[in-house]
Design a protein around this ligand. Structure first.
Ligand code: C5P
Length: 260
C-alpha cells in the first residue's frame, strides 16, 4: 500500500493487524493522500471547538449552546488538505475527525491553557469555540440543595479571559488567525468590530436564532469578513462546505504571507 496512506491508516483508531479501519477513516486517509499540495500542506493548525462548561456546583454548570460541528468540520477539512491539526474542544456532540490530535477540555481556563501552549507554533489558529464569557466565582464543592434560597439564588460570576485576543499576541509572523461571531442583530457591523478587537485576519459571521443555521444544525449561512476584503456572503451550505470556503480564504492569506 502507498506509504502515506498506510501510515495514516495505522495511526490512531482502527489500527492493528487484520482489523479493518473505519470506513470514514479510509475515505479521509485517501482524501488526504490525494489532496494536499496547497498552502496547508504540512502547516500546523489549531482549532478550538464546542462549548465550555463552568461549574456552578458539583453537578451543575453554565455553558453555551454549541454542538462543535463547525469547528470539527474545520479541523477535518484542514487535515484533508495536509495540515497537522490540533483540535482543542469542550464537550461536543460529534465524533472527532480522523487523524486530528484532540485535546479535550471542560472550562474556559483549561481551553485557554491548552490554546496558549500550542498557538505560538501554529501557522493557523481558528477560534470556533463558544467560550462561556463568565464563570461562577466560587463553585460549590457539594450539590446546592433546593431551598437554600427563598426565591432567588444569586451566583456571582467573573469574566473569563478572551482566548482569541491572548492568542493573537503570541502568533508568529506569517500566520493566520480566524474567528466567529454569532449575533442576533447588526451582524456585519459587530463582526467587523470583533475582527479588529480580537486581532483576527478573518471572521465568520452568522446569525443566532435561525432554524437552519448556527448551533446544532448541519448547515450554516455565513458572511465572511476579512482585513482588506469586502464582506463575502455565502448561501446556505453544509458546515463541511462552509469549512471549505473558510479554508480557501485562509490558504489565500497564508500564500500572501499571513500577518506579516
Ligand atoms: O465576543 P464573542 O464571544 O462574540 O467572540 C467570538 C469569537 O471570540 C469566537 O471566535 C470565539 O471562539 C472567541 N472567544 C474566545 N474567548 C472568549 C470568548 C470568545 O476566544 N472568552
Amino acid at each position: 500500500m502507498w506509504a502515506p496512506l498506510r501510515d495514516d491508516l495505522r495511526r490512531g483508531r482502527g489500527g492493528g493487524p487484520g482489523r479493518m479501519a473505519e470506513p470514514g477513516a479510509i475515505v479521509d486517509a485517501v482524501g488526504r493522500a490525494l489532496g494536499g499540495g496547497g498552502a496547508l500542506d504540512g502547516a500546523r493548525v489549531v482549532v478550538t471547538a464546542g462549548p465550555t462548561r463552568e461549574a456552578v456546583d458539583a453537578v451543575r454548570f453554565v455553558g453555551n449552546r454549541s454542538s462543535g460541528k463547525m469547528g470539527y468540520a474545520l479541523a477535518r477539512t484542514s487535515w484533508l488538505r495536509g495540515a497537522e491539526v490540533t483540535l482543542i474542544t469542550g464537550p461536543a456532540a460529534v465524533a472527532a475527525p480522523y487523524g486530528v490530535k484532540v485535546r479535550g477540555v471542560e472550562t474556559a481556563l483549561e481551553m485557554r491553557d491548552a490554546v496558549l501552549a500550542e498557538v505560538g507554533e501554529a501557522d493557523v489558529a481558528i477560534h470556533a469555540a463558544a467560550v462561556a464569557d463568565y464563570r461562577p466565582v466560587s463553585p460549590s464543592a457539594d450539590k446546592i440543595k433546593r431551598g437554600v434560597a427563598e426565591e432567588e439564588l444569586i451566583v456571582r460570576m467573573v469574566a473569563n479571559p478572551d482566548i482569541a485576543t491572548e492568542s493573537a499576541r503570541l502568533m508568529k509572523a506569517g500566520s493566520v488567525s480566524a474567528g466567529f461571531a454569532l449575533e442576533t442583530a447588526d451582524l456585519v457591523e459587530r463582526a467587523g468590530e470583533k475582527l479588529a478587537a480580537k486581532g483576527f485576519d478573518l471572521i465568520v459571521a452568522n446569525r443566532a436564532g435561525e432554524a437552519d443555521a448556527g448551533f446544532d444544525t448541519d448547515t450554516n449561512r455565513v458572511t465572511i469578513l476579512g482585513r482588506d476584503m469586502p464582506p463575502r456572503q455565502l448561501p446556505l451550505m453544509s458546515k463541511f462546505a462552509v469549512a471549505g470556503s473558510i479554508m480557501d480564504l485562509i490558504e489565500d492569506r497564508l500564500r500572501q504571507g499571513g500577518r506579516g
